[in-house]
Design a binder for this molecule. Structure first.
Ligand code: PGA
Length: 254
């Protein structure tokens, strides 16, 4: 089965409104419709405007980087999934390692956020991945298994079919140190085997699993050529239109 190919740009806490608008326009003007879906995930203040910019462009969608797990209420400073949906987003990154690390997001909370995103008709890009000490102890598979089981395996097949998974080894994020193509493939195949056991072939074969962590134009092709790697979640390199477009053009040609 042919899986969706996705390259998502996680802008993190970068770019003013004007800079973000200019970057999005450059990406729009210099990329052409093809089979790769490009998802721009800017800070909240950009979402509304960027949604209008990409409206009607089939290879571009907008996603948020986080959401609150409840729908509304006295939670000063927070933004709900419903609000994100209402400005035209179709994806939300959930469980990024920076959220887990700096905002103490745990599996229990992430389960609720996943439900909030799905409940509002959007697709979670669910992040998982181990820290360096876990890899050095060779416990990365057990850790990633628990992250996925705890936050996602309560879903029924219909709901799970909307999930995008991003494997991001924490030691590779923003460090310039990428997982080798073999390390990425090994973990992606392991994740797909977990999905297979729980949800069966059809869903395992169609779930996009993205790689994230220092993915750049010069290493994307090798990583994307691995059979279980369906694209990337791109941080630093998503802030330059040329680099982001080059990465989205790095899939093997069939
Ligand atoms: P990076 O970030 O590409 O800058 O390593 C990836 C991410 O954190 O999503």
């Amino acid at each position: 089965m042919k899986r969706a190919q996705i390259v998502a740009g996680n802008w993190k806490m970068n770019l003013s409104f004007q800079e973000g608008r200019d970057l999005a326009k450059e990406i729009i003007n210099n990329s052409s419709p093809n089979e790769v879906l490009m998802v721009l995930c800017p800070p909240f203040v950009h979402l509304n405007h960027l949604s209008t910019l990409v409206n009607g462009i089939s290879h571009l969608e907008i996603g948020a980087q986080n959401c609150h797990h409840l729908s509304n209420g006295a939670y000063t400073g927070e933004v709900s999934a419903g609000m994100i949906k209402s400005v035209g987003c179709s994806f939300v990154i959930i469980g990024h390692s920076e959220r887990r690390e700096y905002f103490a997001e745990n599996d229990e909370l992430l389960t609720k956020k996943v439900d909030a995103v799905l409940g509002n008709g959007m697709r979670p890009i669910f992040c998982c991945g181990e820290k360096l000490e876990t890899r050095e102890a060779d416990n990365q598979e057990a850790l990633v298994q628990s992250q996925i089981e705890n936050a996602l395996f309560h879903l029924d097949s219909e709901a799970f079919s909307k999930i995008v998974i991003a494997y991001e080894p924490v030691w590779a994020i923003g460090t310039g140190r990428t997982a080798s193509p073999e390390q990425a493939q090994e973990m992606h195949a392991f994740i797909r085997s977990l999905i297979l056991k729980k949800y069966g072939h059809e869903i395992a074969d169609s779930t996009p699993i993205l790689y994230g962590g220092s993915c750049k134009p010069d290493n994307a092709a090798e990583i994307f050529s691995q059979p279980d790697v369906d694209g990337g979640l791109i941080g630093g390199a998503s802030l330059k239109a040329n680099d982001f477009i080059a990465i989205a053009s790095s899939f093997p040609q069939h």
